[in-house]
Design a protein around this ligand. Structure first.
Ligand code: MG
Length: 160
């Protein structure tokens, strides 16, 4: 089997009056991601990892934030479109692994629901989706609660 790895990263500024949506799950919080779409930092980093592995550029090229068609769109819908392209290229997802960095609230109680949202779209079992929630230990812009970030690695395969 041909194996291809991709790395994705995303960061969003957190502002009052916006919902915080991560992995398609609404998280009660003081503020949410400032973004053209729903600002789902996990799904955006996942999309960039998938596009990187499949050699298709990045999320900004695929879904320009100047296009009104994507205003307020669910990032899970963007992920569905990216996965359609990956399947059309003859690729499958083997596994993904993400590190979320948010100072508060703690995300651990929501990780199972995030995996349940992502697994059917990615076409893998929830236990093939790694999700880890960390803080920035109070340091920097993330540590002061001004931003949320996420790193993701995705492994794709193609049967020879
Ligand atoms: Mg983003």
């Amino acid at each position: 089997m041909e194996i291809k790895a991709g790395l994705g990263y995303d960061l969003h500024r957190l502002v009052p009056g916006r919902p915080l949506i991560i992995g398609g799950v609404f998280i009660p919080a003081e503020g949410g991601s400032l973004a053209h779409s729903d600002g789902d930092v996990l799904v955006h980093s996942l999309i960039d990892a998938l596009l990187g592995a499949s050699g298709e550029g990045d999320i900004g090229q695929r879904f320009p934030d100047t296009d009104p068609a994507y205003k307020g769109i669910s990032s899970l819908e963007l992920l569905r479109r990216v996965m359609a392209g990956i399947r059309a290229a003859g690729l499958i997802v083997i596994n993904t692994d993400s590190v979320l960095i948010l100072e508060k609230p703690r995300l651990v109680p929501y990780l199972t629901a995030m995996k349940a949202n992502l697994a059917p779209i990615l076409g893998i079992e929830p236990d093939h989706i790694g999700l880890k929630a960390k803080t920035a230990e109070g340091l920097g812009d993330i540590g002061s609660g001004q931003a949320v970030a996420c790193w993701t690695v995705a492994l794709l395969g193609r049967e020879q």
